[in-house]
Design a protein around this ligand. Sequence first.
Ligand code: WQD
Length: 350
Amino acid sequence: MAPSSEQKQSILVTGGGGFIGTHTVLQLLREGFRVTIIDNSVPEAVDRVRDLAGPALSRNLHFFLGDLRNKEDLEKVFSETRYDAVIHVAGLKAVGVSVAKPLLYYNNNLIGTINLYEFMGKYGCKKMVFSSSATVYGQPEKIPCVEDYELGAMNPYGRTKLFLEEIARDIQKADPEWRIIHLRYSNPVGANESGHIGEDPKGIPNNLMPYIQQVAVGRLPELNVYGYAYPTKDGTAIRDYIHVMDLADGHIAALRKLFATGDIGCVAYNLGTGHGTSVLEMVAAFEKASGKKIPIKLCPRRLGDATVVYASAEKAQKELGWRAKYGIEEMCRDQWNWASKNPCGYRLQP
Ligand code: WQD
């Protein structure tokens, strides 16, 4: 249970109805925080979080239907409750789509976040945990990436995260009262061990694991493997996949750092395992966990993709006391547990 100083603390979680948001909100409730979610859709996922949290803790969970690009929504959500910190997870996150629709990504990710900072400042809430991404490293020269590497995204999605990190650094320089932590996620996969909440993308999944998941349950015929001649061990691209429950714990660790004493300013932490896994290795691991064959089709590379991205999490371990606990086997086990129990995600049919 959280120390008494945190029990009354109130956290606003943007995008709290999404994959990372729901897992983070559940952990916040279990750690004794009061939570308000602002999300632009009313997902069944939030009811599932209430199921898992139980009636007592669910009394500390409030939901506000709103969009960060609507200043009236922000005025309402900030005037109703005094927040001690914000965890900002809301945002579009598909690399391939961002290459095809850059304006959609700049509008959604940049304008929404700038509005959020404005209202946080107006209401005196100057503690932010921001969902950044390892995609800000682009195609790094040296692997694993460390936080002081030169940044340079390779696609509009990654550039929205890079621009927002720079905007945050400027905000904090102008007003040192701000305490901002950037969490550079690797690739979130897996699901809560209950199988009651998990990733349920709208439409055809863009990310690898939810796509594999839908092939395994028979909703999609085969996996397109984007790129099979990369200079890697098996020719397919390599990423650092991280269990979403590890990621949720990383947000709690960052929040504790924000509330602790001592200067923070604006600081970034990689949240990864420090290990790289190829697309074909991920397919094999999921087949082992699920007992299902995943048919594949070798396809040309996807625009905007890097060859190899994985990050060192030593700084997070040293300064946040956080490290990833789960490996690829548990990620695939839990992703399959969610998929097999919810073949159509949160819907009763596709
Ligand atoms: C992984 C690999 C694809 C789909 C994502 C998002 C964002 C960020 C980092 C948090 C790539 C290949 C994919 C498919 C495939 N995380 N692939 N067939 O692009 O690394 O980035 O994670 O902010 O979520 O930016 O993730 O899962 O789309 O791709 O072969 O149907 O799988 O080419 O090599 P990505 P991804």
